[in-house]
Design a protein around this ligand. Structure first.
Ligand code: NDP
Ligand code: GDR
Length: 372
């Protein structure tokens, strides 16, 4: 039975990857940070009682900032595959906490690689690094592919640039099977609530049910190449099953704006929007409603506004990936379209909003968290 170790197992990708590897018969170990709350919602459905026989999903307390802890876990698990998905992954937050982001995202990667090497696991353990389209930042070529020069535009992206190159370096210096997946944005109903797609689907679902009144957004013109996390974790696994380690761009090859994503999400709720005004004065007005999913919304309501606090000190305006290498070499093609993914995210957020509204109607006023 193969053993995998996933950092960031409690995150969006970690949870889907753990599911996939369990389905494939792996013993899956995940590193979870100690927090004052459980913080395991995304993996609770695959939790296995440590007292039961044949446990195949095991959580270890740990942190990418702690090399002795990483070394101990690696020594104990002796994994065939390590997936380094753990990170301070929010670009805007990285401007607020640049040093922490560098420690976890850059140095954390080095700590893991070095622990593998020091334990003499460099010929046994294959290593996947969660690299990112943010490396392209101020794009030098469109679409972006494996050979496109990098130009990172945030502390997050700069930290990930180090992680990218240290992964390449350990491959070249020590012959490790180590590779980078340069993944473009990928989303799902499990996406963190403060990333743009989930902020939109959750915010609009709450507005539809009368739990919030307005969604405050940053740069509506930003263009992204969005895919589904389920498709992308499949590719993470595929990358570690090749004869030779190589780096791959993973993307859909299609881009849309934040504004378009808002329109689709609203349409899923039976709300037709018109955008009016420009820059910080741009708003979205309801011009029609159909169906019964948005009882709290009326024609003429302004339900989206721009708030400059969500602008970034340096923005990545446009990203568009070219996944040709992944298609040709690995036979990978994304199966879920961005529109289907948007519909799935709205459905799930709507059903949560309905549960919330029902509780509210019965006098149980549970506050809705709107920190973005
Ligand atoms: P999430 O933010 O959903 O998950 C990040 C995970 O990292 C969480 O489990 C988090 O733990 C964990 N983590 C954070 N800090 C530490 C730390 N100090 N030590 C150990 N673990 C830590 O990210 P995604 O699942 O979306 O992304 C997975 C990886 O892929 C990340 O590295 C991200 O940067 C990268 N990436 C993501 C893309 C995307 O579009 N989703 C695209 C390209 C790259 P906790 O739950 O406790 O917060
Ligand atoms: P990104 O994702 O920065 O690309 O990083 P995010 O969803 O945060 O932003 C995408 C674009 O939308 C614009 N935007 C807003 N973003 C947020 N979060 N909130 C807003 O209100 C808002 N309004 C407009 C942003 O300015 C940006 O242009 C994600 C993360 O998962 C990284 O870890 C990963 O590496 C990259 O994707 C690929």
């Amino acid at each position: 039975m193969k053993k995998a170790l996933i950092t960031g197992v409690t995150g969006q990708d970690g949870s889907y990857l753990a599911e996939l590897l369990l389905e494939k018969g792996y013993e899956v170990h995940g590193i979870k940070r100690r927090a004052s709350l459980f913080n395991t919602q995304r993996v609770d459905h695959i939790y296995q009682d440590p007292h039961a026989d044949n446990q195949r999903f095991v959580l270890h307390y740990g942190d990418l900032s702690d090399s002795s802890n990483l070394t101990r876990i690696l020594q104990e698990v002796q994994p065939d595959e390590v997936y380094n998905l753990g990170a301070q992954s929010h670009v805007a937050v990285s401007f607020e906490s640049p040093e922490y982001t560098a420690d976890v995202d850059a140095m954390g990667t080095l700590r893991l690689l070095e622990a593998i090497r020091l334990l003499g696991l460099e010929k046994k353990t294959r290593f996947y690094q969660a690299s990112t389209s943010e490396l392209y930042g101020l794009v030098q070529e469109t679409p972006q592919k494996e050979t496109t020069p990098f130009y990172p535009r945030s502390p997050y992206a700069v930290a990930k640039l180090y992680a990218y190159w240290i992964t390449v370096n350990y491959r070249e210096a020590y012959g490790m099977y180590a590779c980078n997946g340069v993944l473009f944005n990928h989303e799902s109903p499990r996406r963190g609530e403060t990333f743009v797609t989930r902020k939109i689907t959750r915010g609009l679902a709450n507005i539809a049910q009368g739990l919030e009144h307005c969604l405050y957004m940053g740069n509506l013109d930003a263009l992204r190449d969005w895919g589904h996390a389920k498709d992308y974790v499949r590719m993470q696994w595929m990358m570690l099953q090749q004869e030779q380690p190589e780096d791959f761009v993973i993307a859909t090859g299609v881009q849309y704006s934040v504004r378009e994503f808002i329109k689709w999400s609203a349409a899923e709720l039976g709300i037709e929007l018109r955008f009016e005004g420009h820059g910080v004065d741009e708003v979205a007005v309801v011009v029609a409603t159909t169906g019964d999913e948005a009882p709290a919304v009326k024609v003429g309501d302004v339900i989206v506004r721009v708030d400059p606090r969500y602008f970034r000190p340096a923005e990545v305006e446009t990203l568009l990936g070219d996944p040709t290498k992944a298609k040709n070499k690995l036979g990978w093609v994304p199966e879920i379209t961005v529109q289907d993914m948007c519909a799935e995210m709205v459905r799930e957020d709507l059903s949560a909003a309905k549960r919330h509204a029902l509780l509210k109607a019965h006098g149980h006023d549970v506050p809705v968290s709107v920190e973005n």
